[in-house]
Ligand binder design. Structure first.
Ligand code: NDP
Length: 288
């Protein structure tokens, strides 16, 4: 079977174009541009790359971009003061504090200090609670991207059995909530789940958010299933070069699946596109 490849690069570009068109219409009607602030503490190389990409794409869709690059030695009080200033800044609609933070900073405290109306990452307990209660919320970006990609394979996910492997607060749990909203029957699996291959083979829609390279293979995939691979793992190949792979063994799973996301080029690009879309949503809700 040759699986449909769910192209996140293309879908993300389309979503960014839609956001750019809406921002352009706002500007043309004399309104201010939506603003996104990103706060980076320390010099983690991967985080620096992400923040640079976020800034570039925020500007590319015509939004106002604010970046705070703070030294590793920043104290909790200093960081809380930056967040408080962004909460109070009327030109800022979305605030993202890049995780992970250095060990001396309490991430939970910092995230809980962001105004929920500006929490475009969707990690504040108010947004987490609203999502689980089925109320309008700012929804975490990567999980939103997963649903949009699954809908490329099948517009109506209603009635499907979805198995989500991984129960983190940033991916597994919110993906499960969103799938429930799509009327899927949802099972959440984790490291203590018994007979994972047999469970996964009951899934019409399989979401892998584990953080283990190529952990799920053909034996985990029901023929024709939709496979969404959230994993981003850097491995060293036999030739000694470095490459990114997902939590799914793509070549093996694609033989069995009906549709599958590649890594890279699947879920990854959707995250920043959804972040920009969330910023627009936050802007619109604040303007109401
Ligand atoms: P976490 O480490 O927070 O969570 C991993 C989850 O996988 C846990 O619930 C864990 O179970 C479960 N797990 C680990 N090993 C197994 C196993 N052998 N069998 C079944 N379940 C297992 O990871 P995240 O949710 O933050 O990230 C998951 C992956 O997604 C990573 O590769 C990460 O890089 C990627 N990611 C990609 C993003 C993107 O933009 N595309 C954004 C965020 C993450 P337990 O709870 O029992 O320990």
């Amino acid at each position: 079977m040759s699986a449909q490849i769910l192209d996140g690069k293309l879908l993300a570009a389309q979503l960014r174009e839609q956001v750019a068109a809406k921002v352009s219409a706002l500007r043309a009607s004399g309104k201010r541009a939506p603003g996104l602030a990103v706060v980076l503490v320390g010099g983690d190389p991967a985080s620096q790359v992400y923040v640079g990409m976020k800034e570039k794409m925020t500007e590319a869709v015509g939004m106002h971009s604010v970046a705070h690059r703070l030294p590793e030695t920043t104290s909790e009080q200093e960081l809380l003061a930056v967040v408080a200033a962004l909460n109070a800044d009327p030109a800022v609609d979305g605030i993202l504090v890049q995780l992970p933070l250095p060990a001396h900073l309490n991430s939970e405290l910092i995230i809980n200090t962001i105004d929920p109306a500006k929490d475009v990452d969707g990690f504040h307990p108010v947004n987490v609670g609203r999502l689980s209660a089925g109320l309008p919320a700012l929804v975490p970006c990567t999980p939103r991207g997963c649903i949009m990609l699954a809908k490329l394979a099948r517009a109506d996910l209603s009635g499907l059995h979805a198995v989500v492997v991984g129960r983190s607060n940033i991916v597994g749990k919110p993906v499960a909530q969103l799938l429930l909203q799509e009327n899927c029957t949802v099972t959440i699996a984790h490291s203590r789940t018994r007979d994972l291959p047999a469970l996964c083979r009951t899934a019409d829609l399989l979401v892998a958010a584990i953080g283990r390279p190529k952990y799920l293979g053909a034996q985990h995939v029901k023929p024709g299933a939709i496979v969404i691979d959230v994993g981003i793992n850097r491995i060293t190949t036999a030739e000694g070069s470095s490459k990114l792979v997902g939590d799914v063994d793509y070549d093996a799973a694609a033989e069995v699946a009906g549709a599958i996301t590649p890594v890279p080029g699947g879920v990854g690009p959707m995250t920043i596109a959804c972040l920009l879309d969330n910023t627009l949503t936050a802007y619109e809700r604040r303007a109401e």
